[in-house]
Design a protein around this ligand. Structure first.
Ligand SMILES: [Zn+2]
Length: 259
């Protein structure tokens, strides 16, 4: 929570206490919330459609279940119900798959003013090779930033799933020139802003757990060049390889080894 948000919350409580019970019941009926990033104005549940659903999906996509890389399509279908239910359970809320005041309050707590999740930031995923910024990639800067945001929310879910363990990004967006400079193809996932490389927990723990958090791409120990970090990305489909950890595209789901 930012300082501004904390202040607004304090003022809201103060205002409610000054005007008494009548105002308090009004707050329950229509929870007003000022969030610098995005605020929802209605309860969302199965069947709902709209941009507010898409905004919700970005933030819960890391909770849709094993191997599920859910679409951010603005349509509240079964995957969104599951993702919201798992998100609620992960944060100790009543798990009903309906996004209402409690769910939004948790999201407001987790999201920063620039819409990134609490434990990841644009500063740590912007252009590599010392370039900074979001230009020179395979898509527009705006698309790069949106993709990075989606990847970071799933990384936030992964972090929470692993017991709120601090994770560090060692590489995020790369321009095509930077990608070639570090030995990549020049058009890989990092040039789209869809990929981040992580350290901070056991690499097998990261690769195994990431299968549950909406990552279409996972590369870790045993895959060439990935013994010192785990690469995750939000590509469509499934491309998983961490042979040293039993992680592959077609391997059956099995119990996760805790980090
Ligand atoms: Zn990578």
């Amino acid at each position: 929570m930012s300082r501004t948000k904390a202040l607004l919350s304090t003022l809201a409580v103060l205002a409610a206490s000054l005007v008494g019970v009548t105002a308090a019941s009004t707050l329950v009926a229509a929870p007003a919330h000022a969030d610098e990033c995005y605020s929802w104005s209605r309860t969302l549940s199965s069947g709902a459609t709209g941009d507010d659903v898409a905004q919700l999906q970005v933030r819960v996509a890391g909770w849709a279940g094993y191997g599920v890389n859910m679409a951010i399509d603005g349509s509240y279908g079964p995957q969104t119900v599951t993702a919201v239910r798992n998100f609620q359970a992960a944060y100790g809320l009543g798990a009903d798959g309906v996004a209402g005041a409690q769910t939004y309050a948790k999201i407001y707590e987790l999201q920063d003013a620039d819409c990134t999740p609490a434990h990841f930031s644009y500063a740590e995923v912007d252009g590599g090779c010392g370039q900074g910024g979001y230009s020179g990639g395979s898509v527009s800067e705006a698309t790069v930033k949106e993709n990075l945001k989606r990847a970071m929310w799933r990384a936030e879910a992964l972090r929470q799933r692993m017991g709120n363990v601090p994770l560090t990004v060692t590489s995020g967006f790369r321009s095509q020139a930077c990608d070639r400079q570090v030995g990549g193809s020049g058009t890989g996932q990092h040039t789209y802003g869809t990929a981040i490389d992580l350290v901070g927990a056991s690499f097998c723990g990261l690769a195994q757990n990431a299968r549950y958090n909406g990552f279409g791409g996972i590369f870790g120990p045993g895959y060439p060049g990935h013994d010192d970090h785990v690469h995750v990305d939000v590509r469509a489909g499934r491309s998983w390889s961490a042979p040293s950890c039993g992680v592959s595209r077609n391997a059956p789901e099995r119990a996760v080894i805790e980090p």
